[in-house]
Design a protein around this ligand. Structure first.
Ligand code: CUA
Length: 310
């Protein structure tokens, strides 16, 4: 995983935006050079010198005025046409039904794949080379979904879904982020896009569709019991665990298969999971998960259980 780079487009959609940006920048630089160059030239070439007579005064020059109206007009028309082409490539109309629905929450992302029924959080898998129509929604406040290498950025508005297209030319891991301030943990609302060969993506989908395996031996079995008897189920779903189907917080059915915890704040290792469970507020102040004051043994059991959710 590397830092995201808006100047390194990895999809036709992102490239359309990048190309437009490059052309526009070249045009702007040329205009700047011509205008600033003309000013600098005039300053030195026509500066007043002692003893020289007053220069000839004149007003109006039809030819010059036509030139400096027509040229900017043509530049604007040129950029307008390029922008239309770029919009058409980067932001075509959405598909009738989305391939992926991403919902912003304070402070994490829910990802639903309507066709297959997969539900996950913060880590989106996509098949490389295929454009996906993504519907963006929000459960609470304005967020903004942005994976700079793969797609344009787009605000998520509660009750007013927006749509973008996302695509990756080749397999790889691409980082995204929430790019609209949404509260204390706005900075830790990362998104990981894993682009895979279509067959690997299919295998991932199949694995995600499996219900969680039931923990039968200790300490994981004790951890499962803890999950069921504490208030975890009020917010988290684990498919296969009776009653655990709330969708307030990330679905944990395959939490151990994900790369990160807390929408990017920790690498997903058992040690970090224990740290997170010990006091989420310490790891990510303002996160909606409370501190449960688990004992050391309870932390070990819960960590062992969550680690079985692969
Ligand atoms: Cu969500 Cu910023």
């Amino acid at each position: 995983m590397h830092a995201s780079n808006a100047l390194d487009p990895q999809s036709p959609q992102a490239r359309a935006i990048y190309d437009l940006g490059i052309v526009a920048t070249i045009v702007f630089v040329l205009i700047f050079v011509v205008v600033a160059g003309g000013i600098v030239y005039a300053i030195f070439r026509f500066r007043g010198r002692e003893g020289e007579p007053e220069p000839k005064q004149f007003a109006g020059n039809e030819k010059v005025e036509i030139i400096w109206t027509v040229i900017p007009f043509l530049i604007v028309v040129f950029l307008f046409a390029l922008t239309l082409r770029g919009m058409n490539r980067a932001d075509p109309p959405p598909a009738p039904s989305p391939d992926l629905v991403v919902t912003g929450h304070q402070f994490w992302w829910q990802a639903d794949y309507p066709a297959s029924g997969v539900v996950t959080a913060n880590e989106i898998h996509i098949p490389a080379g295929k454009p996906l129509s993504v519907r963006l929604d929000s459960k609470d406040v304005l967020h903004e979904f942005w994976v700079p290498e793969l797609a344009r950025k787009m605000t998520t508005v509660p009750g007013q879904p927006n749509n973008i297209w996302i695509q990756a030319d080749k397999p790889g891991v691409y980082l995204g982020t929430c790019s609209e301030f949404c509260g204390t943990q706005h900075a830790w609302m990362r998104i990981v896009v894993v682009a895979e060969e279509p067959s690997k993506f299919e295998a991932w989908q199949q694995a995600q569709l499996q219900p969680a395996q039931t923990a039968t031996s200790d300490p994981a079995a004790k951890g499962l019991a803890l999950f069921q008897t504490s208030t975890c189920m009020n917010c988290h779903a684990i498919r296969g665990v009776p009653g655990a189907n709330a969708i307030v917080a990330p679905d944990l059915t395959h939490v151990a298969s994900r790369k990160q915890i807390g929408a990017g704040i920790l690498e997903n290792t058992p040690a970090n999971m224990r740290k997170w469970l010990k006091n989420p507020q310490h790891v990510k102040p303002g996160v909606l998960m409370p501190d449960f004051n688990f004992t050391g043994q309870q932390l070990d059991e819960l960590t062992a259980y969550l680690d079985t959710l692969r």
